[in-house]
Write a protein that binds this ligand. Structure first.
Ligand SMILES: [Zn+2]
Length: 58
């Protein structure tokens, strides 16, 4: 029996402008194959910018 949460990966969302990692999220890589790309508020840029996912650093 597969353990719940086995395919859920933890990701960071980085601002494409200042490269700061502003958010941490999770994604089920079985259900969602494409990379996340979101418009979110960046507190460093003080505006909404494009954020893309990166592997969370350990
Ligand atoms: Zn930013």
């Amino acid at each position: 029996m597969a353990k719940k949460g086995e395919h859920r990966v933890t990701l960071g969302l980085v601002c494409s402008v200042c490269k700061n990692r502003n958010y941490v999220t999770t994604r089920n890589k079985i259900n969602t194959e494409e990379k996340l790309f979101l418009k979110k508020y960046c507190k460093h840029c003080r505006k909404v910018t494009d954020h893309k996912e990166v592997e969370k650093l350990k």
